[in-house]
Design a protein around this ligand. Structure first.
Ligand code: NAP
Length: 308
């Protein structure tokens, strides 16, 4: 049998980093696993994070690196491994299976986060990487002086549209309703930028192109009228999907796929804790994710104390 850890933290986004720091400082025998080579999880996709107190106006990549370096000060560095399966053992511990190793642990802090939701329309998968993107800050520079479209009405869509408006000739924002979901700080500049045109009550129907994107067919949901916008880039920003498939048989999940847990990060399975964007919560932000990392470790300590 492999060594028995106090906790295994899965994920190196803000929740996972925070859990790693708190676990190390609490003196837990903790292992940290992550699949990615880029620290920070989703924030690595963010061009500018300006709402994390104490660190104003930092790029997502830099914030991720800063957080990882902070954890490294406590000798916490993620082991690069993709978790393939998690099992409950007969003596109520957990067995984490990765490609190379199995790890045994008394508790799990699951901070696997979420990934970009797809639209499921024709052309989306076929033209992925050939004009279809889920990250404006990563790919926007490829569309200099071209026309592009952003799909969605949330903060990400608005930030993407604004980012692209500084690079592209024209940016369409396609939103399915008549009001943006984004907060005022993100929405206002979008509505007051000359080269951004919002297509209200409009849904995307098909991404057009053979080798590369050449257009987007959209439908006005009020009139049913269809039209094509000739664009070279389609940026999809319609929210996130929680990475909970791995644990859907182990813990209770809500109807949208998030692991059910309150701010204590306690789930329906004893010894299994969910932190960050993976859990049910009203606001998914870096600050709420790092708070979860700390709370999850406090819950792990309580669990270990009570289990004796
Ligand atoms: P979001 O807030 O869930 O917004 C998703 C948007 O996509 C909504 O406008 C939604 O329309 C639309 N949408 C969803 N499915 C669609 C579909 N199939 N077809 C067309 N449109 C669709 O997602 P997000 O913008 O990625 O933000 C996620 C979280 O991160 C939020 O809590 C957000 O506040 C936060 N965030 C914060 C910052 C920041 O503070 N700097 C930046 C980015 C994100 P409806 O409005 O009609 O539902």
């Amino acid at each position: 049998m492999p060594d028995l850890y106090d906790t295994v933290i899965i994920g190196a986004g803000p929740a996972g980093v925070s859990a790693a720091i708190y676990a190390a400082r609490a003196g837990l025998n903790a292992l940290w696993l992550d699949n990615s080579f880029i620290p920070g999880g989703q924030i690595a996709d963010s061009g500018n994070v300006d709402n994390y107190p104490g660190i104003p106006g930092i790029s997502g990549v830099e914030l991720g690196e800063t957080m990882a370096a902070h954890a490294a000060r406590f000798s916490m560095e993620p082991v690069r491994a993709k978790v393939l399966r998690i099992d409950r053992t007969e003596d109520n511990a957990w067995l984490i299976h990765t490609k190379k190793n199995d790890y045994q642990t008394r508790t799990v802090i699951f901070a696997a986060g979420a990934s970009h939701r797809h639209l499921g329309i024709p052309g989306e998968e076929e033209l992925g990487g050939s004009g279809v993107s889920y990250c404006a800050t990563c790919d926007g520079a490829f569309f200099k002086d071209m026309d592009t479209v952003v799909i969605g009405g949330g903060n990400t869509a608005c930030e993407d549209a604004l980012f692209l408006s500084k690079i592209c000739r024209k940016v369409y924002l396609v939103h399915r309703r008549d009001a943006l979901r984004a907060d005022q700080a993100a929405a206002y500049p979008v509505l007051h930028t000359a080269n951004i045109e919002v297509l209200w009550n409009t849904v995307p129907e098909e991404i057009i192109g053979t080798d590369v994107v050449t257009g987007l067919r959209v439908k006005d949901v009020k009139t049913g009228e269809e039209s094509v916008r000739n664009v070279s880039g389609v940026f999809i920003a319609v929210g996130m999907e929680p990475a909970s498939a791995l644990v859907s048989d182990l813990v209770d999940i809500d109807e949208t796929g998030y692991v059910i847990a309150d701010e204590t990060c306690v789930t329906s399975a004893p010894g299994f804790f969910a932190a960050g964007d993976i859990r049910t919560k009203p606001l998914r932000q870096v600050v709420t994710a790092v708070a979860d990392g700390a709370n999850a470790v406090a819950s792990v300590q309580k669990f270990l104390r009570e289990a004796g």
